[in-house]
Design a protein around this ligand. Sequence first.
Ligand code: BEZ
Length: 211
Amino acid sequence: MTLRLGDRVPDFSADTTEGKINFFEWMEDGWAVLFSHPADFTPVCTTELGEVAHLKPAFEKRNTKVIGLSVDTVEDHNKWATDIEETQGQALNFPLIGDADRSIATAYDMIHPNADSTFTVRSVFIIGPDKTLKLQITYPASTGRNFSEILRVIDSLQLTANYSVATPVNWTQGGKVIISPQLTDDEAKKKFPNGWEELKPYLRVTDQPGR
Ligand code: BEZ
């Protein structure tokens, strides 16, 4: 199934390293990052999972849960977890889904047969509290992801959800933001009483709200 931004994502039940879960129940009312990795006992994946475990407090601060997936078994995930802790200095602290029958990988289109007919690619899905897809990125197997970028996107998505702003190129926390073009000037005055700089009528720049 091809998933597009704004689509409601498929719910599923799965065996994980933290027991059986139902995805939507596990998400509760928060945000989620679901990401796949090609295979257990592989080098790039080992570094990625260690990094996500290090970053867990940063995800929690954003009311976001993280969950990984590959088409290996939970038994293999558990064996591999000791290598992750040993080499990355951090134990796994989030669930890894064992998707040996590939049902979730198929529902989320994580297997790209022309890249590899068996293994999942490095997919990342950011899913909002409304269970719709907010971001999807696909990386090749040989490229480890930048999870700081995923946190940056969550910050941007949450600002948009809360304050009717968009974030410009290379935005990071504390940088100027753009008032949503959907807001009229009269509406913007109510939301941004400190005003804005109007570079063009469609490009109104203001301080990041909520800081
Ligand atoms: C890795 O995680 O190191 C990896 C996995 C599949 C292909 C290439 C690299």
